[in-house]
Design a protein. Structure first.
Length: 315
């Protein structure tokens, strides 16, 4: 930190600047949530128990409380999630008294709409797209609100806030609608839908600063803890029944935390001793690797892997 910023921070000015910045982001997100409620017929809010969807819940509280949310909460459950996150999800939903709809990849496998070579061990992350589209069709949702941000990955950076999906649930970056002066075109034909991202313009650092400001509770795996991991291709793969060591690999016990949470088969922690929100903010402020780049095995298969999944209906 340079000298002027040190003086500003000592006087409380830097905190004021950050707070005003978060106020602007919060106001924009609340406006978007209310726009969804006003313009869409049957929306839903995607809630996984992860940090970004926890922030979305707080924003929804500020947008609609003391009334009930004008949409249900939806989670597309791969069946291979970290138990700490599922436990937190159910606890938070119960506290809010809102309705949770769970779309199960396991059910899609049983129906035959998702086919994996080995349903017990293969990654189910990409298969979520099928289950999401089935859940949208079953409940007739015309908009799904999600916590994706443009800083996560370059395919995410192409997203509009109101991301149009065709009747097959597909995303075409060339078919997106202009968004000028905060004006959003929410019109869809039967079978089409919108994915809406109120925190598109937030960064990972913004999310953590907002968590700190709002004193939001999170699943414990976001904070530093000891875990057995397998060093592999520059990542730390968590040791689980789904992710055992390969021939020649070694298992180590390290102090780690998760920057993002998802399917066990493709989500890795990072080496970190940041055990508080404040420590995570300090760590995030100097990191030069995106959270998905540092933690998601499925995004390392090719530079276009996320874009391909999104074109097939992924979040």
């Amino acid at each position: 930190m340079n000298a002027p910023l040190e003086k500003q921070a000592a006087a409380g000015g830097l905190d004021d600047v950050n707070s005003r910045h978060l106020d602007v982001l919060e106001s924009e997100a609340i406006h978007i949530l209310r726009e969804v409620a006003a313009e869409c017929t049957n929306p839903a809010l995607l809630f996984s128990g992860g940090k970004d969807s926890v922030v979305l819940l707080r924003l929804a509280e500020k947008a609609f409380r003391p009334g009930k949310f004008p949409f249900p909460l939806v989670h597309i459950d791969t069946g291979h999630n970290f138990q700490e996150v599922i436990t937190f999800r159910d606890k938070r939903v119960a506290e809010l008294g809102e309705r949770l709809i769970v779309g199960s990849v396991e059910d899609s496998i049983k129906k035959g709409t998702v086919r994996l070579r080995n349903p017990q061990t293969d990654s189910r992350n990409a298969a979520q797209a099928v289950t999401l589209l089935e859940t949208i069709a079953e409940h007739g949702f015309d908009a799904c609100i999600g916590g994706a941000r443009r800083d996560e990955e370059k395919a995410r950076a192409k997203e509009r806030i109101f991301s149009f999906r065709d009747e097959f649930g597909q995303w075409d970056p060339k078919a997106q609608r202009p968004e000028l002066w905060d004006l959003y075109n929410t019109r869809v034909h039967p079978g089409e839908n919108m994915r809406v991202f109120p925190i598109s313009n937030w960064t990972e650092l913004d999310v953590w600063q907002y968590i700190a400001r709002e004193k939001l509770e999170l699943p414990p795996i976001y904070f530093a803890h000891e875990r057995q991991v397998i060093p592999r291709n520059g990542l730390l793969v968590p040791l689980t029944d789904l992710t055992p060591p390969r021939d020649g690999e070694t298992v180590e016990t390290q102090v780690v935390r998760f920057r993002t949470v998802g399917d066990i088969s493709c989500t890795c922690p990072v080496s970190s001793d940041a055990a508080t929100v404040e420590a995570i903010i300090a760590e995030t402020a100097i990191t030069q690797i995106t959270e998905r780049g540092a933690t998601r095995m499925d995004d390392q298969t090719s530079e276009a892997s996320m874009e391909k999944r999104k074109k097939a209906g992924y979040f």
